[in-house]
Design a protein around this ligand. Structure first.
Ligand code: ADP
Length: 561
């Protein structure tokens, strides 16, 4: 029997209509150099209609791609809504990609129009001439007219002011009917090997994913919330938070380009978000700032979603116990929209057990199915012990990469499952604990050593700000762990002391023999630890490494970087 229910498409247009008509008084607040500017959702709806009209007037039809080169701000949100709602495809360019990769993704996606923030004009202008399919550039933001438009015009593309394009357009539009399975937005992975690969989200996948983000098992968002997405809108759609805000009627606090700890703290104090999302490094910086400024307080946040890389328990404890900030770990990837698991501990987990759960990647969400497989692709039990690769499938998990026929892309899929490249365990309650990314796994004498566990443990040491552990070649054991550590200012702890500290919780063979003290852990374009760079530093002899095995190795460890 077929159901009697309406086959009503789940589209970004429906999110736009709901947010801007049912919640017209909600607001999007954007940080500025000396304060903030605000726009109501009603105004947002009117401006989204004007933008759609403006883009049509430039000749955008069908599923043509409109790219953004923007921070998190009100204009970026307008593009987020208008472009998919008009049936075109939003392509969020990662402003931190290496130039060649940026050019590659713009050409691969065949972007026609790029909307660029006034503050990013210089950065885009350098690469624009090589963006072959781009015909128009729209410069947005309060200082657009004063930006160096000639630098953009030198590329031969037509350059317009975003606000001027909108000004001539009606504030109401008949949004077209769009197939929910069509592409709404696309995002490229940052491409740690080879060229970045494109994921094209459908209207339906974005709708369902954002609804999941709103739900209690993720963030429990309602219209009394104010959401601060620090995670960039070019990084897996800011984890679905912008669309979730429009769906729930929650207001948005947009940090624009002010992402350092101090301005973030000030913006939280003035905009008073109740919910935020960012990678752990941001919260680590906020923690350092708050620890050094005992008179500064953040008391509006009820919850912070944190993910993108493992969220150390030490960081969560410090923020919660010293500053009343509750972090909740989430796991996912660009390919999974991104949220797939969220770390709320099971009912009854207290004390040590509570924190053990807070340190893992979280419980599988409805809408995502997960399994664990061994090297031969055979399913492994959910016993919290067996270690294998996590595979996922579901309505917001990609089934392929956009126009990527190569073998590497094909190898990411396993009979309808996405191979995540993440290695770990699943327990009988459906919680995933990752021990490594497949490419970061350290295999010593045939046994796996978890770099993530070692990093978490090191970061729990009072003198350690950050730590990244990589495998380095070893004649006898094939690989051994090397710990690169950033020390708190003025700290004098030695490698031997750090090793002894780790020995309290690890077997001897798992302990790093080699340590290097560095000034900062290198970061990828989305702010994660970039272990490739550390491996390269090591290979090029650029790291000053102290071995705890040799006589005197513990002493004299300087900082090479
Ligand atoms: P990229 O692969 O380009 O870094 P993504 O942001 O899609 O871009 O990265 C997804 C990967 O980030 C995951 O496969 C996983 O390795 C890592 N990751 C995300 N969240 C977590 C988390 N909570 N704990 C550990 N690793 C995480």
């Amino acid at each position: 029997m077929r159901s009697t229910m309406q086959d009503f498409p789940l589209t970004i247009g429906s999110i736009l209509r709901h947010g801007t008509t049912v919640h017209p008084t909600a607001e999007v607040v954007t940080a500025t150099a000396d304060g903030a500017r605000s726009r109501s959702y009603a105004e947002l709806g009117a401006r989204a209609a004007q933008l759609a009209g403006g883009l049509r007037s430039l000749g955008i039809v069908g599923d043509e791609r409109v790219a953004t080169f923007q921070w998190n701000n009100a204009e970026h949100l307008e593009v987020y809504l208008a472009v998919p709602a008009m049936g075109a495809v939003l392509h969020t360019l990662n402003i931190r990609l290496f130039p060649d990769q940026l050019v590659y993704v713009a050409n691969h996606a065949e972007d026609k129009v790029v909307v660029v923030d006034d503050s990013l004009v210089g950065l885009l202008a350098q690469q624009l001439p090589r963006m072959e399919t781009v015909t128009h550039v729209l410069v947005s933001g309060p200082d657009a007219a004063a930006a160096d438009l000639d630098a953009l015009r030198a590329s031969g593309k037509e350059v317009l002011l975003y606000d001027e394009l909108l000004a001539g357009q009606p504030t109401d539009v008949d949004w077209p009917e769009v197939d929910e399975r069509d592409a709404a937005a696309m995002c490229y992975t940052s491409g740690t090997t080879g060229n970045p690969k494109g994921v094209a989200y459908s209207h339906r996948s974005a709708w369902l994913h954002s609804a999941a983000v709103m739900s209690g098992n993720v963030a429990g968002i309602d219209f009394t919330d104010r959401i601060l997405p620090i995670v960039p809108m070019f990084h897996a759609n800011a984890w679905g938070l912008p669309y979730a805000a429009l769906m729930s009627g929650a207001s948005l606090c947009m940090p624009d380009r002010w992402l350092q700890a101090e301005p973030v703290v000030r913006f939280i104090q003035s905009c008073r978000p109740t919910l935020s999302g960012a990678v752990p490094t941001v919260w680590n910086d906020v923690l350092q700032f708050l620890d050094h400024h005992p008179d500064e307080h953040i008391d509006s946040l009820r919850l912070v979603l944190c993910g993108g890389s493992a969220v150390p328990v030490a960081l969560q404890k410090a923020l919660e116990e010293r500053h009343g900030i509750l972090l909740r770990q989430a796991w996912g990837m660009t390919e999974t929209s991104p949220v797939a698991t969220v770390g709320i501990p099971p009912v009854g987990a207290e004390g040590e057990e509570h924190w053990r759960y807070r340190g893992n990647q979280g419980r599988i969400l409805a809408g995502v199915e997960a399994r664990l497989v061994d090297d031969q692709g055979q399913p492994l039990p959910w016993d919290g012990e067996a270690v294998g690769e996590v595979e996922v499938r579901g309505p917001w998990v990609t089934a392929s990469y956009y126009e990527a026929e190569d073998q590497e892309a094909a190898a990411k899929f396993d009979h309808g499952w996405l191979r995540t490249g993440d290695v770990g365990t699943i327990d009988r309650l459906g919680y995933i604990t990752l021990t490594d990314r497949a490419k970061d796994v350290i295999k010593s004498g045939g046994e796996w050593i978890s770099s993530v566990d070692l990093e978490n443990a090191l970061m729990a040491h009072d003198d350690v700000v950050e730590a990244a552990v990589v495998g380095i070649p070893d004649e006898k054991w094939q690989e051994r762990p090397l710990a690169s550590v950033v020390l708190r200012e003025g700290a004098t702890v030695t490698p031997a002391e750090l090793r002894d500290f780790l020995a309290q919780s690890f077997a001897k063979w798992q302990l790093p023999d080699a340590f290097s003290f560095i000034e900062a852990v290198p970061r990828t374009s989305v702010g994660k630890f970039d272990k490739k760079v550390i491996r390269k530093w090591y290979a090029d002899g650029e790291l000053q490494v102290a071995s705890t095995l040799k006589e005197g190795g513990a002493a004299g460890s300087g900082s090479a970087r």
